[in-house]
Design a protein around this ligand. Structure first.
Ligand SMILES: Nc1ncnc2c1ncn2[C@@H]1O[C@H](COP(=O)(O)OP(=O)(O)OP(=O)(O)O)[C@@H](O)[C@H]1O
Ligand SMILES: [Mg+2]
Length: 284
């Protein structure tokens, strides 16, 4: 039986019929559609509602960022998208999706390059070819020279890049990234954000990015969904049409960040909270 990490990497969502034409990159560019989804965990007689009536969707090739307080169901949402769980009510429709889990889950006994090539190996690609494809991305992501390092010999940022390469090489058109830059210092985090944008320019995908960092969401995303405290509901669905690259000091970026923070009850007013979801007009 494969290790838990391998199961996550190989996770397949329910596959919708291809509704979109293939992108220039050759990857089909499908959307993620989440309609009225609720999910309650029931363990040992205890009932924990994690998500309530969540509806979200992405356009093909969009980056949807999901922000919200700890425990509001963000990981649950990604697992629903990847087909690792089923909703209690509502529907999730999306193309095959790969999950980069909240912890990198690199396998300690494999080298960095073999960890990165894991999804290819699971998919039946021969070892030498898998390694060559992973190694090519290593060079581009500043990991060259560390191909044979074990995970414990890598920094946190390097481990996250290896985990991202593994997710990218799964070849799935939808990537679900669960706090990929969590626990990184500000400098490394900024580097990783730039690197993610370049990687997606090179290999376009539809991305659902979970983050605690509202500014990161506004800098990277086409849409930002702000979830409220458990059970998570959509408080704001911000549509961001600012050109890239975006500067954190840009007035429009600052305004959007404040708006998202306010939806979280963390704005200047502090106590302002929307009881109902608010879908925004595109902001430019
Ligand atoms: N397998 C599970 N069994 C029971 N309860 C669970 C399970 N997974 C998550 N939960 C509960 O569901 C709620 C949402 O969890 P989830 O991990 O989706 O939150 P999250 O928004 O990702 O949190 P964080 O930001 O801390 O990662 C939490 O209250 C959690 O305790
Ligand atoms: Mg989580």
């Amino acid at each position: 039986m494969p290790a838990k990490g391998a199961q996550h990497v190989a996770a397949e969502a329910k596959i919708a019929e291809p509704a979109q034409p293939a992108a220039a990159s050759g990857y089909p560019r499908w959307t993620v559609e989440i309609d009225g989804v609720s999910r309650t965990y029931t363990d040992s007689g205890r009932s924990v509602p994690a998500l309530a009536a969540v509806s979200l969707h992405t356009e093909p090739g969009e980056l949807l960022a999901v922000v919200g307080p700890s425990g509001c169901g963000k990981t649950t949402l990604l697992e629903l998208i990847c087909g690792l769980q089923q909703p209690d009510t509502g529907a999730v429709r999306c193309a095959p999706a790969a999950l980069m889990p909240q912890r990198d889950l690199l396998l300690p006994w494999l080298t960095a390059v073999d960890n990165a090539a894991l999804a290819l190996r699971i998919g039946g690609v021969p070892r030498a070819r898998s390694r060559a494809r992973a190694a090519a991305l290593f060079a581009e992501l500043g990991l060259d020279g560390f191909e044979k390092a074990r995970p414990h010999e890598l920094s946190g940022g390097m481990r996250q890049r290896v985990a991202f390469v593994r997710t990218l090489l799964s070849g799935k058109p939808v990537l679900c990234l669960d706090e990929p830059f969590g626990a990184l210092d500000a400098i490394t985090r900024a580097e990783m954000q730039g690197w993610l944008q370049r990687a997606l320019q090179r290999e376009p995908r539809t991305v659902v990015l979970v983050t605690h960092d509202v500014e990161e969401a506004v800098l990277l995303a086409d849409r930002v969904a702000v979830l409220g405290a458990r059970p998570g509901r959509v408080r704001e669905d911000l549509h961001i049409e600012l050109p890239r690259p975006r500067a954190r000091t840009d007035a429009a970026v600052v305004a959007l960040r404040e708006r998202a923070l306010q939806a979280l009850g963390l704005g200047p007013a502090g106590s302002e909270r929307h009881a109902e979801p608010v879908a925004s007009e595109p902001l430019t």
